[in-house]
Each structure stands twice: as structure tokens, then as C-alpha cells.
Design a protein around this ligand. Structure first.
Ligand SMILES: [Zn+2]
Length: 373
């Protein structure tokens, strides 16, 4: 991508290349459970390396690519690398496996799902068992509802010994088998687009900067943080280490167009209508307005939301880290969050990448973010 001629045609080409989509598929299909993200992080770093000057990792596995590492003004673009999963908690004498949550995994969608147990001897296939419609009873007319305490995995082992012989142990993590697929009308489905789509998008921003030969007047830290799903912990750690001057966070947000969601509570956001920006105390107003101006200039449609108290994303960790860091959240709309069929629209992926990219080009160490000037 070095020749000028190619750069010109690159502008007309679709933003997502075949190579980037292949990476997205591989990245989504690769499990990255909370606390066990290193496999995904290695994949991500390999993809990112051609577009950065240097990289580092921290003790719990957060991975950071850096462009212009010698500049003193530091800007972060960030996503989280972890996905919700289950922990093996108890193995019965007859070989059934009971679980605990590792992050906010949804018990209601679990029955009859296929899973992978990540045991000491490698991946083991299993299923969430559930009594047949003919045989189940819950007392009277009421059917049993799936709950963490009545869900079990069946891996084929018929004794605890047989299960353990497969390398399955208390504390082994469990992920759904579902992977990336394309639907009609440019929709994608996959397990844990929350938030590996974010890791993908920040890597694409780095690729575009590299391919368009953009020179930024600051150090750019491309951060893929671990352990968001259990309390924004990876971001908390890495924000202290980097001490950024500005942070741009990306994560998923709810599309509110499907049944049983109340727009009066959840607001009005739709897949395919562009990235979502939010107001909230942790969101820096001047930085938010800068992003809104960029969207307007670049003709990128955006959707606004209001957040009460906290954002529930890594934005909070960055905003309140150190002495306070101006932070903004650029979210991508998503249907069916925390289920194995999370759904999003290709155009939103492209527009969210574009909005982050153009925001970086509009930022400089001289950007005035003071509330008092
Ligand atoms: Zn989540």
C-alpha cells in the first residue's frame, strides 16, 4: 500500500478489505473468556503489528499497540478484549457439570446450546442439557425456567472420573460454539461482538492511518483491555500505566427496535443508522462536541443517548483514572447483546471506524478541552 496510485484507489475501495474481514471472522471465532484473553490478544497483535511502531502488554494481558511512542501527548483508542463465559463449578458423580457465570452470560438462552469446555487437555465439546418437552415438570402448569442453579452441561462422561479424564476441572472456562456468519442485507451475527468488534475497529483505524500515511502530532495508544465484563478492570489497570491525555472508547450499545425493549427507558437507537454518542458525567462534553462536529463535517450519521450516572463501559475507568482524563464513548448499535447471536450492521462497523479515524485527525495536543476557556 505504499504507492501513491494505490492510495488513491484505496479511497474508492470499500473500507473493509477481504483481509480485514478474514481477520474479523478469525477473531470472533476465537474464544477470549474474561481472565483468559491471551489467545485472542495474540491474534489481535499479529494483525495490528504492521500498522504500529511498537507494542507492549501488561501483567493481566491487556495489549497495547503504539504509534509515535516518543511523543509526550498521549491519546488512547480503546476496546475490550474479553467475552462473557461460564466457569465449571461442580461435577456430579454421574458426570453432569454445574456452572458459575464469568461475566453477565445469559442463563435464559443457555438450554440446548453447544459449548466448548476449555480444559487442561484442550477443548472439549459439550451441551447444555434440558429436559424434553414430554418429560419436564415444574409443579402444576408452570414450566421450569432456566437458572444458573438448574443448568448443567453434558459432555458425554457418565462419571466424575470420565469427565475429569477429559481434562475438565473446577475453574475451566466454557464458551458457546457459535461463530461469525453473514446474514442478508449486510448484517453480521456472532458470539461476543461485545466487544471484539471494538478490538477489530480500533485495529482498522490503525490500518487506515498507516495506509493513508497520516502523521499524528501525538502518541496514539491502541488499547485492547481485558476484564471489562466483570467491572472494567483491565481498563482501570492500563489507564494508570499509560496516563493518557485523551481517551476514545468504543463498545457496543443496544439497538432498541426489537420487541420487549422500552424506548422510554432505553432510548431510540437502531442498527444501520450509525454510531451512537452518549451524554453522561464521565463523557467529556468538549470532546463529545468535537466528535459531533467531526461527524457532521464527514457526513457520518450519529445517534444520541443519555446515560445515567455511569456509562457501564471502560469510559468510566479512563475518565476517572489518575487526575481525570477527557474521555468519550463511540458505541456501535447491536441487537441481542450477551446472547450467542449478537447482531450488527456492516455499515455501522465502517462508520464507527471512520468516525474514530477522523476524530484522531481532528485532535492535536493544542485542542482546548478546558471547561473554563
Ligand atoms: Zn458486555
Amino acid at each position: 500500500m505504499a504507492k501513491e496510485k494505490k492510495t488513491k484507489t484505496a479511497k474508492e475501495k470499500p473500507l473493509l478489505t477481504d483481509a480485514s474481514l478474514n481477520f474479523l471472522k478469525a477473531y470472533i471465532d476465537n474464544p477470549s473468556p474474561v481472565g483468559f484473553e491471551s489467545g485472542g490478544q495474540k491474534l489481535w497483535l499479529e494483525y495490528l503489528k504492521p500498522y504500529i511502531d511498537t507494542h507492549f502488554t501488561d501483567p493481566y494481558g491487556t495489549a497495547v499497540g503504539v504509534i509515535n511512542p516518543t511523543e509526550t501527548f498521549k491519546v488512547v483508542i480503546e476496546a475490550h478484549a474479553d467475552e462473557i463465559s461460564w466457569f465449571v463449578n461442580y461435577i456430579t458423580d454421574s458426570g453432569l457439570i454445574y456452572l458459575k457465570r464469568n461475566g453477565g452470560v445469559d442463563h435464559q438462552v443457555a438450554p440446548a446450546k453447544r459449548v466448548i469446555i476449555h480444559g487442561k487437555k484442550g477443548p472439549v465439546k459439550a451441551v447444555f442439557g434440558w429436559p424434553a418437552i414430554h418429560t419436564r415438570f415444574g409443579g402444576g402448569d408452570k414450566e421450569n425456567q432456566p437458572k444458573v442453579e438448574n443448568l448443567w452441561l453434558d459432555c458425554g462422561g457418565r462419571t466424575k472420573k470420565e469427565v475429569e479424564a477429559l481434562g475438565i476441572h473446577v475453574g475451566a472456562v466454557v464458551t458457546y460454539e457459535d461463530g461469525f456468519e453473514e446474514l442478508a442485507h449486510d448484517y453480521y451475527i456472532g458470539r461476543a461482538f461485545d466487544n471484539r468488534i471494538g478490538g477489530f475497529m480500533i485495529a482498522e483505524v490503525a490500518r487506515l492511518l498507516h495506509e493513508h500515511k497520516k502523521k499524528l502530532p501525538f502518541a496514539l495508544y491502541i488499547v485492547n483491555a481485558v476484564q471489562e465484563e466483570i467491572g472494567l478492570r483491565g481498563a482501570e489497570m492500563i489507564a494508570r500505566r499509560i496516563k493518557p491525555d485523551v481517551a476514545i472508547i468504543t463498545d457496543v450499545t443496544h439497538d432498541t427496535q426489537t420487541p420487549m425493549i422500552n424506548k422510554m427507558i432505553e432510548g431510540d437507537v437502531a442498527c444501520g443508522k450509525g454510531p451512537s454518542l452518549a451524554y453522561g458525567p464521565a463523557i467529556h462534553n468538549k470532546l463529545l462536541h468535537l466528535v459531533e462536529d467531526v461527524a457532521e463535517k464527514q457526513k457520518i450519521a450519529i445517534q444520541m443517548r443519555a446515560l445515567s450516572r455511569s456509562t457501564g463501559t471502560d469510559t468510566d475507568s479512563f475518565a476517572y483514572a489518575n487526575d481525570g482524563c477527557p474521555s468519550v464513548l463511540i458505541s456501535i448499535p447491536l441487537r441481542y447483546m450477551h446472547t450467542p447471536v449478537e447482531m450488527l450492521h456492516k455499515k455501522d462497523v465502517e462508520d464507527t471506524i471512520k468516525l474514530m479515524y477522523e476524530t484522531l485527525l481532528a485532535l492535536s495536543p493544542k485542542t482546548n478541552l478546558s471547561y473554563f476557556q
